[in-house]
Design a protein around this ligand. Sequence first.
Ligand code: GDG
Length: 474
Amino acid sequence: MSGNSFVVVANRLPVDLDSEGNWQPSPGGLVTALSPVLAEQQGCWVGWPGVPDQCPEPFHTDDGILLHPVQLTQQDYEEFYEGFSNATLWPLYHDLIVPPEFHRTWWETYREVNLKFAEAVSTVADQGATVWVQDYQLQLVPGILRQIRPDLTIGFFLHIPFPGAELFRQLPWREEIMRGLLGADLIGFHSIANAENFLALSRQIAGTAGSHIGQPDALEIAGTASIREVTATVQAPDGRTVGVAAFPISIDSRTVAAMAKQPTNLRELLGDKTLILGVDRLDYTKGILQRLMAFEELLASDAVQPQDVVFVQIATPSRERIEHYQKTRTEVEAAVGRINGLYGEVGAPVVHYIHRSIPKDVLMAYYAAADVMLVTPFKDGMNLVAKEYVACHEDDGALVLSEFAGAAVELTDAYLTNPYDIESIKRQLLTAINDVSTGAPEARSRMEHLHVQVMEHDVHLWASSFLRSLEAKR
Ligand code: GDG
């Protein structure tokens, strides 16, 4: 053990390989939020560096944070990451938008890799350290750590939705996952609805013959999952009380808002048109095809004119070897081609499609320039893109947002839409286009409220409220 009183463990280490083959820290929202805590508490981040069969030596960032890599083999990558994490758990937890695959070999590898992560944490964590486990890839880590390092205080946060009990119970290894999660002292979800799903499931599994999970206590039966305050608990198999609550994640709002003020020539490039923007990992949960179809129908019906609007869709490559991701890409690209074929002109496409990752500052320039942001997932734990757009707009622009994104709980002044109902997307998109192009006071007032909400509820609040609740469990 080597002087780490605070350890974050996540599937990915915040590093990237640069063009010269050196590992460089790559700060994202989570890193930004946790860096001050990690730096202050001599912290350590445990994770996979992102390339199979390669593993740099542990190294310190400029902030003094120790990055401790866990090596994954090619087989781990295929069965733990692409397989169980992203072809079993991801679709199951996103309400079966595509059917999850259940394979015993994938499960075995998921277990082995979770053990690998837990052992790595165990070697770096001080006696009595606080460990914060991140996300669905590592749901067994709290349970393993509880057994091998009972001195630790363990938090777990789920970044994706937690499904209803009827769906979760399809999982052949449901009890092992529950027992893994209940190794934590505190389990955090994005929303009260997700936390309630977990509590309802705990009640059901606790009542199953042969289950080792204790009946929930009186507080939990009262069903009081709440935001940023632990009022609900579940009894773990060893009799400990595990806190359950909602901690809606957010962004580094001030930094994003400041980046959006950088000068850009995007408007000159795109012309004097209403700019509609979509930004997503290319994932079937995000509803990219549906929003393109809604846009296409608006063009077809003459509700919007091709010379008045331009749609930019940034679709970052993601999980490209998984079948349903390939299918989604094919469908999206066919739709882009079809729409441009029907409504674009030489030198003036109506849809610009970018299928590569773009630098953060360029992304911020797109947010700042966009008149209407279209965020239409069928299901999303939170959706940071929606919050990033709002941080970039004090009182102009419009956000069209799916009711099924976790962000919709807080961003109630968005133009909310049901992505399963194409008429609903069309209606809200058209209203947003008309409101921003006529300078309607309604649009202005909506964005002012949204902006204040995101500026006042940033990622620092998320991290500090979770860690405060976790420390209270000591
Ligand atoms: C999961 C949950 C939850 C996107 N393209 C580029 C780029 N991005 C950045 C965005 C944003 C992030 O990626 C995407 O975050 P989201 O929250 O929108 O979606 P997921 O990746 O699915 O994240 C989600 C989140 O975890 C956190 O808990 O909100 O519900 O699914 O920050 O800006 N960044 C750059 N280039 C790109 O091309 N630099």
